[in-house]
Design a protein around this ligand. Structure first.
Ligand code: NAD
Ligand code: 6OD
Length: 486
């Protein structure tokens, strides 16, 4: 059986304890690999390697040399594209077209874009008047923060990990990554890429393991970690924030969401149905930016619900390698229990189940996978748990609305504030609403259309800080001001 080890100081290593855990396929529950389970000793070794690398060969590289290495990483990911696609499919069970056209290409882009950003960023300078008339020159130096702890979720593992590792390395830091215990494969594979390209040892480290009382908690509590970047659930973020308080370490958090899609009667109907369908059901609904609340202007309501139902019922379940497959399983049986719990709760709260609501009939070879049906509800009050809480599954509640003011208030009435999509031909209205809705990202007539130079992050309980473009530099570097009397 295949074993996935930690990647520490440029080498694959098993755990001192010899402990391993199983990675099972979400598709059929077969054993994919055994994973070395890290604890305090592995975190200690990885943080020590990362600290050494800061002042070693990596720390001595010129900016151009560092940028060239990051381009090399991106090109090597592209050369090993099929390996990354296969690894991510084995981890998540999601269809190959999603991997090939969205998630894996972003891995390469995450290194290139931040190499470009760091090469082109200008530092501020001021000519400061002084009483003697000679003046002074103030300028800033941008320095790496040090060792960055990177704690990752399972839903788009390679995209989300490289979204943090790319800018962290571009800025000259070193990293210790703790991938999700559900999806360790692509983080491990990236170690091979780093070695092939000649990234110095200790710059990129991976420790596998769990969260509480395990690798995640040990890493985030480690005093040798200078800052922590985390993507995952809001409640986990609260725990990590407490760990980071000791030693005054900075945090950047991308957390949960309960995102609204708003469809006006003047919208391009087919585009809106297609966009809302993707935002609800891509990756089986396991996208932080995904839609779980849909608000449709009343004249369009019935037609829209029926059209979305048709699309939801047309998904093709299957193995990720099969070209015909459009829809995969949830990440695990544990997550399926949570999602099915919400499906049950919706019925108890009085929902009309438009479609789905349970487990699909699957052929015998897939029957042990973590499958659930895409699900649509109507008829619930805004107080219902499935309308308020993040489910992180392939489901949405659709409700009619009558005015811009009403739907703006509905969209804002939630503790999360990650993203919104607005479907309308009236761009003046779209701009007005984008300014009024309390989220980090608003899409108008689009969803998950990304320009990596833009600010990305959440409001309210959806996160702290912004990453993307120069905003990532704010987190992954510190500014030192130098004042020179002339
Ligand atoms: P999670 O919070 O359960 O786990 C994320 C990571 O944190 C895992 O690696 C886990 O092992 C680790 N962890 C758990 N407890 C920890 C602890 N006490 N100390 C240190 N590390 C700990 O999240 P998940 O279930 O893997 O991912 C799904 C969640 O992520 C959803 O809420 C989703 O909205 C969110 N998410 C947000 C974004 C965004 O950009 N805002 C993107 C993707 C996912
Ligand atoms: O596109 C990104 O940079 C990003 N962080 C996407 C997050 C997707 C969440 O599932």
């Amino acid at each position: 059986m295949r074993v996935i080890d930690h990647f520490i100081d440029g080498e694959y290593t098993s755990s001192l304890s010899g402990r391993q855990f199983e990675k099972r396929s979400p598709v059929d529950n077969s054993l994919v690999a055994r994973i070395s389970e890290g604890g305090q000793p592995e975190v200690e070794a990885a943080v020590a390697a990362a600290r050494r690398a800061l002042t070693g060969e990596w720390g001595r590289l010129t900016l151009d040399q560092r940028v060239d290495l990051l381009y090399g990483v991106a090109n090597e990911i592209t050369r090993r594209f099929d390996d990354f696609v296969a690894a991510e499919m084995a981890d998540t069970g999601q269809p190959q077209h999603v991997m090939k056209h969205a998630f894996i290409p972003r891995g390469a882009a995450n290194f290139k874009v931040f190499a470009d950003v760091i090469r082109n960023v200008a530092n501020e300078s001021f000519q400061t008047p002084t009483p003697d008339g000679r003046g002074a020159l103030n300028y800033t130096l941008r320095v790496p923060k040090g060792v960055i702890g990177v704690v990752c979720p399972w839903n788009a593992p390679f995209l989300l990990m490289t979204w943090k590792v790319g800018p962290a390395l571009a800025c000259g830091n070193t990293v210790v990554v703790k991938p999700s215990e559900e999806t360790p494969l692509t983080a491990a594979l990236l170690g091979e890429v780093m070695n092939a390209v000649g990234v110095p040892r200790g710059v990129y480290n991976v420790v596998n393991g769990f969260g509480p009382d395990s690798a995640g908690a040990f890493l985030t509590a480690h005093p040798g970690v200078d800052a922590i970047t985390f993507t995952g659930e809001t409640r986990t973020g609260e725990v990590i924030m407490q760990a980071a308080a000791k030693g005054m370490r900075d945090v950047s958090f991308e957390l949960g969401g309960k995102n609204a899609a708003i469809v006006f009667a003047d919208a391009d109907f087919d585009a809106a149905v297609d966009g809302v369908f993707r935002s609800c059901f891509l990756n089986s609904g396991q996208v932080c930016l995904g839609t779980e609340r849909v608000y449709v202007e009343r004249p369009l309501f019935e037609r829209f619900v029926q059209a979305l139902k048709v699309r939801a019922e047309s998904v093709k379940y299957g193995r990720p390698e099969d070209h015909a497959t459009t829809y995969g399983p949830l990440i695990s049986h544990e997550h399926r229990r949570k999602v099915l719990g919400y499906y049950q709760r919706a019925v108890e709260e009085g929902a009309t189940v438009v479609t789905g609501g349970g487990v699909p009939d699957m052929p015998a070879d897939l029957a042990d996978g973590a499958w659930v049906q895409p699900t649509i509800w109507t008829g619930l009050p805004e107080t219902a748990a499935v309308v308020r809480e993040e489910i992180f599954g392939p489901c949405c509640h659709i409700r009619p609305f009558d005015s811009e003011a009403e739907v703006t208030a509905l969209a804002n009435d939630n503790e999360y504030g990650l993203s919104t999509t607005i479907w309308t031909q009236d761009l003046a209205r779209a701009h007005r609403m984008a300014a009024a809705i309390q989220v980090g990202i608003t899409w108008v007539n689009a969803w998950f259309l990304r320009d990596l130079r833009t600010a990305f992050g959440g409001s309210k309980q959806s996160g702290i800080g912004r990453e993307g473009g120069v905003h990532s530099l704010e987190f992954y570097t510190e500014l030192r001001n130098v004042c020179v009397k002339l």
